[in-house]
Structures are given as structure tokens and as C-alpha cells.
Write a protein that binds this ligand. Structure first.
Ligand SMILES: Nc1ncnc2c1ncn2[C@@H]1O[C@H](COP(=O)(O)OP(=O)(O)OP(=O)(O)O)[C@@H](O)[C@H]1O
Ligand SMILES: [Mg+2]
Length: 228
């Protein structure tokens, strides 16, 4: 088994005037290639903060994040944090954040174009992934012409088309009804299995958490094993 991501004694607090709030408290997490891990927990438990640190949007106060054997501190010292995000990470949020003036396929292509891929192959790969998420007939639609569930599936395609090492998903089904939630789960699971994707998903949705191979709860900035 190969370790894709490892955190050691990760700590983060927010300071608000005189008050310091510990949001991430000594988190040790290890993801192996192909892992599907879920994190549940109350609002304010620190879940989004943790994902932001893993995705190098936020820096921890102390502790380390290592991805494929290289620490984020190394990336930072080399001025390559943006490259880390581009190469290694795929993000899925509660809102799809598709660009409204671009079609579904163009939104997905963008993910590859910013990584230096040529237009033709970017288009080919994007269409292939959109087919996998069941949107073959929708590739030339604009976000305003797509349903919420379809838009979120375009967002999934955009998050995985560059074959990231890790997909970080923050409440990805938060805006979906139960039918679209089920579709979303099936697609994510399928991509994870066929592409050996490593997925870390934060969710309130028991159904989504249930498909994870490993389940955690976050409470007061600590990561606890979820009861079986
Ligand atoms: N930029 C910030 N400055 C100060 N405090 C912050 C900041 N961002 C988050 N916090 C606080 O840190 C704590 C954890 O926030 P976080 O967004 O990680 O929680 P969460 O588990 O994702 O919650 P939710 O389920 O509501 O999304 C909260 O108490 C929040 O108020
Ligand atoms: Mg959150």
C-alpha cells in the first residue's frame, strides 16, 4: 500500500482579539492510495479548516502535511504551493462554482488548460469524464441549462479530469435531493474504484459517509474513529 497523504500533529487556531480558538488539534491522518475516507461532525468542528489545510489553501500553525513523500513546507519554500494544488488536489464544494459563461465541457477543460494541456486532448479527456458521470448529452449546455445534480456532476468531472492524487470534497451533496445524492455517491464511488482515486469527504449525509472505507468524526478539532 502506498501512502498518499500523511499529517503529523497538525494544529491550527484562529485568533480573535484576545481569544484564541483551537480549531485543529493534533491531527494525525494517513491516506493510502485508493482510500475513501469520510469525516462527519457538528458545525464548527473544524472540518472545512482541515480540508483547507490539506489543500494548501490555509497553512497550519504547526505539524506537517506530506503528500507523496514531500511536505507542504518544501513546496512552500520552493514557491510551488499553487503547483501542489494544481497537480495533486481536486476540490469539490457544496456549490458547484461552475463558470456561468462556459459550457459543461469548457468548464471541465479549464481544469486541464490551466495545467498546460493542449486544447484538443483537453477536450477529448473532458468529454470522456463527462460521459463517465452520465452527462454525454449535456456537454454543450451552460450551467444555467443544467439541473443542480447535473451541475454538481460537472464539478466532479472537473475535480477528477486531471487525475489528482487526492479528491477533497466538502459537503458535496449538501445542495442535492436524495435522488441526486444517490447518483452522486454512485459516481464518486465508481471513479474511486476504477481510477484508484483517494477521496476524503466531509459530509453530514449518513448515506455518503456510509460508503467510506474508513469513517471519522471530528469533535473540538480532534479526529475520532467513528463508531461502527
Ligand atoms: N477565518 C476564520 N477566522 C476566525 N475563526 C474562524 C475562521 N474560519 C473558521 N473559523 C472558526 O473555526 C471553527 C471551525 O470552522 P470550520 O469552518 O472548519 O467548521 P466546519 O466543521 O467546517 O463547520 P460546518 O459543518 O458548519 O461547515 C468555527 O468555530 C469557525 O467559527
Ligand atoms: Mg464546513
Amino acid at each position: 500500500m502506498s501512502v498518499v497523504l500523511k499529517t503529523e500533529n497538525l494544529t491550527k487556531s484562529y485568533r480573535d482579539g484576545e481569544i484564541t480558538v483551537d480549531v485543529i488539534h493534533n491531527i494525525n491522518l494517513e491516506l493510502q492510495k485508493g482510500d475513501f475516507v469520510s469525516i462527519q461532525g457538528a458545525s464548527g468542528a473544524g472540518k472545512s479548516t482541515l480540508l483547507s489545510i490539506l489543500g494548501a489553501i490555509l497553512l497550519p500553525d504547526s505539524g506537517t502535511v506530506t503528500v507523496n513523500g514531500k511536505s507542504l513546507t518544501q513546496y512552500k519554500n520552493e514557491g510551488r504551493l499553487h503547483e501542489y494544488r494544481k497537480q495533486h488536489i481536486g476540490f469539490i464544494f457544496q456549490n458547484h462554482y461552475l463558470l456561468p459563461d462556459f459550457t459543461a465541457v469548457e468548464n471541465v477543460m479549464m481544469s486541464l488548460l490551466i495545467r498546460g494541456e493542449k486544447r484538443n486532448s483537453a477536450r477529448e479527456k473532458s468529454i470522456e469524464v463527462l460521459e463517465k458521470v452520465g452527462l454525454k448529452e449535456r456537454i454543450n449546455h451552460y450551467p444555467s441549462q443544467l439541473s443542480g445534480g447535473e451541475s454538481q456532476r460537472v464539478a466532479v468531472a472537473r475535480a477528477v479530469v486531471h487525475k489528482p492524487d487526492i479528491v477533497l470534497a466538502d459537503e458535496p451533496t449538501g445542495n442535492l435531493d436524495s435522488n441526486n445524492t444517490q447518483k452522486f455517491i454512485r459516481i464518486l464511488q465508481d471513479l474511486q474504484k476504477t481510477n484508484q482515486l483517494t477521496v476524503l469527504v466531509v459530509t453530514h449525509e449518513a448515506e455518503l459517509a456510509a460508503v467510506a472505507g474508513r469513517k471519522y468524526f471530528m469533535k473540538d478539532g480532534k479526529l475520532l474513529d467513528a463508531p461502527h
